[in-house]
Design a protein around this ligand. Structure first.
Ligand SMILES: [Zn+2]
Length: 112
C-alpha cells in the first residue's frame, strides 16, 4: 500500500502513517520489489480497508501476472496459520481480498 497514508482520526487530527520496511502485501515477505497501482477498496464483511497501491515480492508478482489467483490465495492462507476452524474463514477473506485487488488494479506494476 502507499508509503504515506494520511487520514483524520476520530478527533479530527491529521494522522500520517509512514510505512517502514514495506513487506509484500500478499504474503508478508520482506523486501517486495513490485508496486501494483490500485484504487482503495473496502471489505465490509471484515471491516478492512485497502488504501492505494500494493507491494508484491517476485513470487507473488509471478502469480498475479499469470493470473494464478488460487495459488496466491493458498499461499496467503498458509502463512496465516489459523486453527482448523479459522482456515475456512481465512480462505474466504483472502479470496475476496484478491478478487477485489484484481478489480481495483489500475495500472501496470512498477519496480520499486
Ligand atoms: Zn509475496
Amino acid at each position: 500500500m502507499d508509503d504515506d497514508i494520511r487520514q483524520l482520526n476520530e478527533d479530527g487530527l491529521l494522522v500520517v502513517m509512514a510505512a517502514v520496511d514495506p513487506t509484500c502485501d500478499f504474503c508478508s515477505r520482506a523486501k517486495p520489489i513490485w508496486k501494483y497501482p490500485a484504487h482503495s477498496f473496502v471489505i465490509e464483511e471484515a471491516n478492512w480497508t485497502s488504501r492505494g497501491s500494493w507491494h508484491a515480492c517476485q513470487d507473488c508478482a509471478d502469480k498475479i501476472d499469470s493470473k494464478n489467483y488460487d495459488a496466491l490465495v493458498q499461499q496467503a492462507v498458509a502463512l496465516v496459520d489459523p486453527d482448523p476452524s479459522g482456515m475456512e474463514k481465512a480462505d474466504l477473506f483472502f479470496r475476496i481480498m484478491v478478487y477485489k485487488f484484481v478489480n481495483a488494479r489500475n495500472g501496470d506494476p512498477v519496480k520499486l
